[in-house]
Design a protein around this ligand. Structure first.
Ligand SMILES: Nc1ncnc2c1ncn2[C@@H]1O[C@H](COP(=O)(O)OP(=O)(O)OP(=O)(O)O)[C@@H](O)[C@H]1O
Length: 231
């Protein structure tokens, strides 16, 4: 599904954020990316979204080498990869329904399909009751669920979550994990970058640990094993 082949990223200022990454993530997996601040987690996410480009190596998404695709094809890539951020990034002047519908409008979905699909996805994240609310009328957990709804409404095969529970209390964070886990259970490959030790240890999923831009550990049913003293 996702393959990094000798992928490296050096920023213009000379910082080598990722060095020689080789990783394979299979269809339907749930994978945590952990590592101390500056280890390269967000850079890895940005490479997958083509917000940044590799300086060396290749990244395959379902066989397509995304390091080679033209800018014209980036919208196609963005449809394949849903994304959720720590800070939700909702449109504040649109309702919950409109936020989710907008994600379909920008990819040219048919209005009838939008009217069918948005309520279905809002129900999946248990937000049907809040369809007409605005983001500032919602709790943090609810806002993140809107953001997740928006990220999956176009049915992408891959969902990337960059620190999705970072702004939430532990209980709400676990609710969000349940939603992500359900989405994964429906077949979506989920990649989640996080610092949340408790969550990683509870979920017992594959854990890839980055340190100084390198993969230093990759464990099935792993745990969060970074040194506490370094955090
Ligand atoms: N746009 C940029 N230009 C230059 N250097 C950058 C840029 N973005 C990130 N870096 C550097 O690349 C390295 C990796 O950063 P990255 O944001 O990927 O780490 P991270 O693991 O996501 O950290 P955090 O957990 O704090 O978000 C760091 O040394 C960082 O300072």
């Amino acid at each position: 599904m996702i393959k990094f082949i000798n992928a490296s990223k050096e920023y213009k200022n000379g910082v080598k954020a990722l060095s020689n990454i080789n990783l394979e993530i299979y269809k339907g997996e749930f994978v945590f990316i952990v590592g101390l601040s500056g280890a390269g987690k967000s850079t890895l996410v940005k490479l997958l979204l083509k917000e940044e480009n590799v300086t060396e190596g290749n990244i395959l998404l379902d066989g397509l080498d995304i390091t080679k695709i033209s800018n014209r094809k980036v919208p196609y890539l963005r449809r394949q990869v849903g994304v959720v951020f720590q800070d939700f990034r909702l449109l504040t002047n649109k309702t919950v329904y409109e936020n989710v519908a907008f994600a379909m409008e920008i990819v040219g979905a048919h209005p009838k399909e939008i009217r069918r699909r948005v309520p279905m996805i809002l129900s999946l994240v248990d937000l049907s009751r809040k369809a007409n609310s605005f983001p500032d009328q919602l709790s943090g957990g609810e806002q993140q669920r809107v953001s997740i709804a928006r990220s999956i409404v176009n049915n992408p095969p891959v969902l990337i979550a960059d620190e999705p529970t970072g702004n939430l209390d532990p209980e709400t964070a676990m609710e969000i994990m349940k939603v992500l886990s359900d989405i994964n259970g429906r077949g979506t490959t989920v990649l989640m970058a996080t610092h949340a030790r408790e969550i990683v240890n509870t979920m017992k999923k594959r854990v890839i640990t980055l340190e100084d831009g390198k993969v230093i550990r990759d464990e099935e049913k792993g745990g969060y094993e970074l040194e506490v003293s370094n955090i």
